[in-house]
Design a protein around this ligand. Structure first.
Ligand SMILES: [Zn+2]
Length: 122
């Protein structure tokens, strides 16, 4: 699938792990603010077609996860997961032809009680 940020500076070629079956929201302190629905892709499933130099990296907390977003329009495109660093989470809303509304009810991941977070602010 093709994925683009809002301004079009960043374009990704995306192959999902299991279609939209992996779609999740997350309530950790970062995701609850970001508000995006993410789907899984293997590390080999994302190729930056355009705008690699426009992608900005945000890290916080344990600094394991890598959250990428467009430095021009601010749209979150994808992130390398902390729960599974062999995987990317992809913002479903950047995928061409996908309206997140069509996904209906999306399960929540328990980001507040992340197993890697015991004793730390999630
Ligand atoms: Zn952009």
């Amino acid at each position: 699938m093709q994925g683009t940020c809002h301004c079009g500076a960043v374009e990704l070629d995306v192959t999902l792990s299991d279609g939209f079956a992996t779609a999740r929201r997350c309530d950790c302190s970062f995701c609850r603010r970001r508000g995006a629905i993410a789907v899984s892709a293997p590390l080999s499933g994302i190729r930056v077609v355009r705008g690699a130099d426009k992608l900005t990296l945000y890290q916080w907390g344990a600094r394991t996860a890598k959250h990428y977003f467009c430095s021009i329009c601010g749209i979150y495109t994808h992130h390398q997961r902390r729960s599974n660093p062999q995987e990317f989470g992809v913002n479903v809303a950047i995928l061409e032809g996908v309206n997140p509304r069509d996904l209906g009810e999306v399960p929540w991941a328990d980001g507040v009680n992340h197993p890697a977070d015991r004793g730390r602010l999630a």
